[in-house]
Design a protein around this ligand. Sequence first.
Ligand SMILES: *Cc1c(COP(=O)(O)O)cnc(C)c1O
Length: 418
Amino acid sequence: MARTPLTSITPTDLLDAGETPEPAAWGFATRAIRTGHRRTAEGEHSEPLFLTSSFVFQNAAEAAARFAGEAPGNVYSRFTNPTVRAFEERLAALEGGECCVATASGMAAILAVCLGLLKSGDRILASHSLFGTTTVLFDKYLSRFGIRTSYVPLSDLEAWASAIDGRTRLLFCETPSNPLAEMVDLRALAEIAHRYGALLVVDNCLCTPALQRPLALGSDLVVHSATKYLDGQGRCLGGAVVGDRQRVGEEVYGVLRTAGPSLSPFNAWVLLKGLETLELRMLAQAQAAQALAEWLRGQPAVLRVHYPGLADHPQYHLVGTQQRTGGALVSFEVAGGRAAAWRVIDSTRLLSITANLGDVKTTITHPATTTHARLTPEQRAAAGISEGLIRIAVGLEALDDIKTDLARGLNALSCPCS
Ligand SMILES: *Cc1c(COP(=O)(O)O)cnc(C)c1O
């Protein structure tokens, strides 16, 4: 049997002569490590980084043909770049989508979906519990162009079904939500969307395809903030849209090449490396989060723990079916509101006080005054963000060290002498 070709490897390349090219689809981890790499003549083992803004042509006729779209090939990195394409192919393979386009950030991915698929008069129906900036994008900016957004409680299917109408073009949700880890049944929500000819768009940031694949559950598009778990080490911004060739490959891609929020090739290279360890990281971080949630529930100063892997979580039944585990985000409430929550946060020495998540470094955040501060008090209340709420995005440090760091502040809260 011939050695696999040096230039690129796909599942079909691994078949013996005569075997039907119905490619034994690779396992997730293999796709995460092998898909999208086209080796150059140098025979490099790691994915090459094409830091170039433009590409040269053999002659004027070839330039003309590429500009006209009559000949394949690169023109300019706002349109295509080989390193960016490798990331797109790999993420598409992981999400199980036909097509992926990468963007400069998660917000650019959401904006590109809206610009590519909506027009004035269309409506978005979204969940209350969204990433704060997504709400600002919808309410402050898209509304100026005649696109109105209404909000419903994420897990309430009846509320979605009664709020949708013939002008609703997009249903938009994050499941699980940040920071309370609420979930919605994606199969049921996709049915509601499709009954009205609308599309279901899922922000799959918190689970990543390692834990949840919304397209296989009937969703139409997936958006990502690659800044979070896809990179996984807090190094760069990035985003992506995954879906079918027409909507993503034509409509959303058209916005990117015209409006310009394309992913930098350098960031694409960093993200490619992130994807290689995605499944290992997600499983390990989720396991640590499960253990931390159970430990937090036993702490006297903690009123309530929000974690999907706890049996008292309202959508516990979706863990192990819709999403593989509870994920890596744990939130909890302490008595005493903002002062008590800030005290716990300020007593940590190891955890990073930062609004970011999806890092191997564990982070701690007070959502009401940071990630969700731009919401009105009414919007915050509707999203369930109380002043005593603390969010932990669990990383990969030794779990005992994370517990020790949190115990310092929690013990101080329950100590009457302090
Ligand atoms: C961070 C985040 C975004 C925005 O992504 P950026 O890369 O920061 O633009 C969107 N959705 C969710 C759920 C996020 O956590």
